[in-house]
Design a protein around this ligand. Structure first.
Ligand SMILES: [Zn+2]
Length: 469
């Protein structure tokens, strides 16, 4: 088995220190075993049932954390029935564990001891857990805006966490710099080994539906690794003569960052280059999907389509599913939100599967919305002072709200070290506010608006906001 460049076809041994071809192309893997139903290990659970399809020698002990076959739970939403594949029951709470389990098992067998990765959170948490299990060192670069719960999870596993300010793309650049200096880049999107784990979602669905493929799969897509894994898994089954046709694939993006959607509606074969806008669906905030061409090809081949939904739709989708007992993170909810766009496409008798990619515990708050409120405010009022001045002035006002919130909680009665730190960084303040206001029933949005109004009034009176008094 070798890595092979998808652009120029050059091959590399699996233990190459390179994470992509010298020509810049991504790697795929050639020479991996084919799917054979005779080799399914009926005594194993989860992805290990299909271990014979992994690029992992038979005598090696895999790095495992008790992975399970995730259930299909039938749900009805506005008259549409579909199956949720509850992927958040994976060891670290997201589907990423399937890919990571295979990737880390192979890397350990190759003798790799230190890895680096960039992630919006879930892939990083997954890699941190499996490398901890394998006794490997791990460093994860995350965008500073990543969900605090995900960042805490990464750190808890003992990985080195490096928050990188700015867009998601900056974390990718930071890790690539370190990788160029010799660290093994265990990328969940550059490294093709993880795709072997992700293919097992398709194999499992096929077994669970009584050895049948569903008609439709609707799922979130950032780099689109899950979609590619599912596509390749069903393609394996078709090539083995086990299913007659592939399910239609419906990857879903956030409107604020939708390079695949833009390409699909314009008929382009490559992803369209877009601005990376802020969205509650942080896990799909990817402006340059690595294997975008293959994803677009797969969507067209299966007669699916790419969709894009707004944050409002996403949060409504998340709430609707929670009222049916399933708690997912906003990123996962883009797929739920997209179902209402597919009313005329999905017929009543069809079998539709929606993977629930990440747990609601991963991102309990709607923090990005508040950052958006602040950004809108600065934009709307065309504030001409240097940005750092505004942030500090604004923090003073927001700090006042923070004090109100703190007074309404237990923290008012005792020293609270974080109180002074609250003023340091606007994002921290907003996050702390969101966390505290949730727990003490304060209407944060209104309180924040009030603070912003005061700021605006003072700005109107003096031409400069000054400090809070
Ligand atoms: Zn190449």
């Amino acid at each position: 088995m070798d890595f092979q460049c998808v652009l120029c076809g050059k091959t590399y041994a699996l233990d190459t220190p390179l994470w992509r071809c010298e020509c810049g192309g991504a790697f795929d893997l050639v020479g991996a075993p084919l799917f054979d139903p005779q080799t399914v290990d009926a005594s194993a659970s989860g992805l290990w049932r299909y271990r014979a399809t992994f690029p992992l020698a038979e005598q090696l002990t895999p790095v495992a954390l008790g992975e399970v076959t995730t259930p299909l739970v039938e749900v009805e939403l506005e008259g549409l029935r579909f199956y949720c594949k509850v992927e958040y029951l994976a060891p670290t709470g997201s589907f990423k564990d399937r890919g990571t389990a295979v990737l880390v098992s192979v890397l350990r067998a190759l003798g790799v001891q230190k890895v680096v990765e960039d992630s919006s959170g879930n892939a990083g948490a997954s890699l941190a857990a499996y490398t901890a299990r394998a006794g490997m060192e791990c460093t994860v670069f995350v965008p500073a805006h990543a969900s605090p719960a995900k960042q805490a999870q990464i750190a808890a596993f003992g990985a080195r966490l490096v928050p990188v300010p700015g867009p998601r793309e900056n974390a990718a650049r930071a890790v690539q710099k370190v990788a160029a200096e010799g660290a093994y880049y265990a990328s969940h999107y550059y490294n093709p080994l993880g795709l072997f784990g992700l293919k097992t979602v398709a194999y499992e669905i096929w077994e669970q539906l009584g050895r049948r493929a569903p008609d439709n799969v609707v799922l979130p897509a950032g780099h689109g690794t899950l979609m590619l894994g599912i596509y390749r898994g069903f393609r394996d089954l078709k090539e083995a003569g086990l299913i007659a046709r592939l399910p239609r694939l419906f990857p879903v993006q956030a409107q604020a960052c939708a390079p695949l959607y833009e390409a699909f509606v314009r008929g382009s074969v490559e992803p369209v280059i877009v601005e990376e806008g802020a969205t509650v669906a942080e896990g799909v905030r990817i402006s340059r999907p690595l294997r975008g061409r293959e994803i677009l090809d797969a969507v067209r081949e299966t007669k699916g389509r790419v969709l894009a939904v707004s944050d409002e739709e996403t949060l409504a989708g998340r709430a609707a599913l929670a009222r049916r007992g399933l708690y997912i993170e906003p990123t996962s909810a883009v797929a739920i939100a997209a179902l209402s766009h597919l009313r005329s496409v999905i017929r009543a008798h069809e079998v539709t599967v929606v993977p629930l990619t990440g747990s609601g515990f991963k991102s309990p708050l709607h923090q990005p919305r508040f950052q958006e409120v602040v950004r809108d405010f600065v934009r709307t009022h065309e504030l001409h002072h240097p940005p750092e001045t505004h942030a500090l002035d604004l923090v003073s006002e927001v700090g006042e709200v923070a004090k109100e919130v703190l007074r309404a909680t237990d923290y008012g009665g005792r020293p609270f070290a974080a109180t002074s730190e609250l003023a340091d960084e606007l994002g921290d303040v907003l996050y702390a506010l969101a966390a505290l206001s949730d727990s003490c029933g304060v209407d944060l949005e209104r309180a924040l608006e009030e603070a912003l109004r005061k700021y605006e009034a003072r700005l109107g009176a003096t031409g400069h906001a000054g400090s809070a008094g």
